[in-house]
Design a protein around this ligand. Structure first.
Ligand code: HEM
Ligand code: HEM
Length: 217
């Protein structure tokens, strides 16, 4: 039977994030004036709004999107990594303990990266919108950290994509399909997770986006 595992908000969050992350990363390596500077700043600030929304959705959203659903203690995560706790395929929906940990890590680094970007500067023409509010030497130090986390995130995204390919090849599980359609085939008896009201997701995002925009610009 088919059940809904990812709500529309979480799926939209993911694919818009993929697009914006590609724009942020590409523009980071262009001459940052004019259009590329704008793309770098606005795609990054939009990622900040997405991540804040996702963290709140992790507290009040659909069951599979909640941190309480996919973050397990160190023992369960280690057991999973060692293969001792491999559930039968499709026995439980949502992120597995290792996947859940990488979701948390990506969200934390994306938040740090976009906040640091606000204070970053190339010490010439291109600065984040809040860089003028701090000492210029400190802003340059923060820019170094922004650069390091930027490369770390690019590596982590590479691992994320490889892990999903490996999962598909070794365990014959298609994880990408459900992240697009929201549904997946499960064994009889697996209960469908509770899906939150999409209107709540929309209102929450509108509030977060407005707060981020007026807080920064
Ligand atoms: C996830 C989002 C982001 C990623 C992946 C990212 C990545 C990077 C990377 C890799 C660099 C160093 C580029 C180089 O070596 O020349 C950089 C520089 C910079 N970024 Fe970001 N960034 C992001 C978000 C932001 C945001 C939100 C802002 C500002 C609002 C921002 C402002 C800057 C500034 C001012 C620099 C310094 C320019 C330079 O030294 O050339 N970034 N970013
Ligand atoms: C084409 C590239 C990508 C593909 C095919 C992909 C695929 C997926 C899939 C299938 C999942 C669900 C995993 C599961 O079932 O547990 C997922 C989750 C996730 N991915 Fe990606 N991903 C891509 C790029 C990215 C990028 C660039 C980022 C971040 C910058 C990212 C961040 C995330 C996050 C945060 C989640 C957790 C979703 C949530 O619960 O909100 N992904 N991805």
């Amino acid at each position: 039977m088919k059940i809904k595992v990812w709500d529309g908000g979480t799926r939209l969050f993911h694919w818009v994030l993929v697009l914006l992350f590609a724009l942020s990363s590409y523009s980071a390596f262009q001459d940052k004036f004019g259009i590329y500077a704008d793309i770098h700043v606005y795609s990054g600030v939009a990622i900040l709004a997405l991540v804040i929304w996702r963290v709140l959705w992790g507290l009040i959203g659909s069951e599979t999107s909640r941190f309480s659903h996919f973050l397990r203690g160190p023992k369960a995560t280690l057991d999973y990594a060692k293969g001792a706790m491999r559930e039968a395929p499709y026995a439980r929906v949502g992120h597995n303990p290792l996947g859940g940990l990488s979701v948390l890590l990506m969200l934390l680094l994306l938040a740090a990266q976009t906040v640091l970007g606000l204070y970053s500067t190339d010490a010439m023409l291109f600065s984040g919108p809040l860089a003028d509010s701090i000492d210029s030497g400190f802003a340059e130090d923060l820019t170094e950290v922004h650069e390091i986390i930027g490369f770390t995130l690019m590596g982590l995204v590479g691992v994320h994509i490889l892990a999903i390919i490996a999962y598909g090849v070794r365990r014959k599980a298609n994880l990408v399909g459900p992240m697009i359609t929201g549904t997946r085939e499960v064994n009889e008896g697996v209960s469908a997770p509770k899906i939150a009201n999409p209107l709540l997701a929309l209102v929450l995002f509108a509030a977060v986006a407005a707060a981020v925009w007026y807080g920064i610009f």
